[in-house]
Design a protein around this ligand. Structure first.
Ligand code: CAA
Ligand code: NAD
Length: 287
């Protein structure tokens, strides 16, 4: 008998992991959030606190709900503390080698044979992560969008080996529990949304690189001319230029299509640690 998911683990307390931990705790689930250092875990906690405070200010939740959600989240630097989780969502940097290693370790740590191991990867094929475990039928992509508390979508990406029961449980978690909307995508690099979005972001970077228009003018063009909530360069800064570069590389490796090739400017900005909002500077500066 498979029970309803109550105990969730999240690996990586960065912008996505903290968002996933927050929405899970707000939905009443017990959450353990891990990162590699106390500093990173604490940064995740403070991001969650800020976001919950914002939800209180916007009258989406009351103060008691905020405090209860915070109390449902425990942070740790030990992967072993995820042992009793029924669902673990990995949200560490977009790096296939590091993610594969974490999936192999996680597989050893989890007690429940029915537990689901999920990745929030933006682009890495799920089958590659599943192959690092002895339970490929219980590995799936559960892909959230940034900012997690605001955007409604979750992409579900079963691999060729994911069981229908796993996909159904992941769908119940995302819709029934978190109140998100889902779309299902095949296990191809970039899935649905990033396969469409990232070539657009790369085209905008090429426009700036070629001196065709300034970042501000490209962004204003798309905000004022197409009613996008933010322009492609500000959005790239928000996502993280390291993440955009990694996603482009995965898709280029899969499809060999030049529209997925990272432009040299993007590569140089990542080399220079100009990663966007998270490093304080990208196409724009952040205070
Ligand atoms: N955390 C929590 N809540 C947030 C938030 C955050 N980081 N940022 C904004 N919000 C909330 C605000 O509290 C506000 O809520 P109310 O409606 O209740 O007032 C609402 O979102 C709107 O915020 P603001 O008025 O401050 O700002 P805005 O209207 O400019 O919206 C935005 C900000 C939500 C980020 C909006 O600009 C937006 O949706 N941008 C596009 C984001 C997008 O495209 N994301 C997808 C990225 S790609 C991806 O995620 C996949 C991948 O694999 C890379
Ligand atoms: P981020 O850089 O904000 O955070 C990554 C976190 O993972 C950091 O805190 C880091 O210390 C931690 N970490 C790294 N290795 C770890 C390990 N072995 N164990 C535990 N923690 C580890 O990154 P992010 O933007 O939150 O992205 C995380 C994942 O989510 C990536 O796969 C990315 O592609 C995906 N994603 C990102 C976005 C986005 O807009 N940024 C949207 C959807 C999906």
């Amino acid at each position: 008998m498979v029970t309803e998911i109550q105990r969730v683990g999240v690996i990586g307390a960065g912008q996505m992991g903290s968002g996933i931990a927050e929405v899970s705790a707000r939905a009443g689930l017990d959450v353990v959030l891990t990162d590699v250092s106390d500093e990173a875990a604490e940064a995740g906690r403070s991001r969650i606190r800020k976001s919950l405070d914002r939800a209180v200010q916007n009258q989406k939740i009351g103060e008691a709900d905020r405090d209860a959600a915070q109390e449902r989240i425990r942070t740790t630097t030990s992967l072993n503390e995820l042992h009793d989780r029924e669902l673990v969502i990995e949200a560490i940097a977009e790096n296939e080698e590091v993610k594969t290693k974490v999936f192999a370790e996680l597989d050893q740590v989890i007690d429940d044979p029915e537990a689901i191991l999920a990745s929030n990867t933006s682009s890495i094929p799920i089958a590659k992560l599943a192959a690092a475990t002895k339970r490929p039928d219980r590995v799936i992509g559960i892909h959230f969008f940034n900012p997690v508390p605001v955007l409604k979508l979750v992409e579900l990406i079963p691999s060729l080996l994911t069981s229908e029961q796993t996909t159904q449980r992941a769908a119940d978690f995302a819709t029934g529990r978190l109140g998100k909307e889902t779309v299902r995508a095949q296990d191809r690099a970039g899935f649905v949304v990033n396969a469409l979005l990232v070539p657009y972001l790369l085209s905008a970077i090429r426009m700036v690189e070629g001196g065709f228009a300034t970042a501000e003018d490209v962004d204003n063009g798309m905000v004022l001319g197409c009613a996008h909530p933010m322009g492609p360069l500000r959005l790239s800064d928000m996502v993280g230029l390291d993440t955009i570069k990694a996603v482009a590389d995965s898709m280029y490796a899969e499809y060999k299509d030049p529209s997925y090739a990272a432009p040299p400017l993007l590569q140089r900005m990542v080399d220079a640690k100009l990663l966007g909002k998270k490093s304080g500077k990208g196409f724009y500066e952040y205070g």
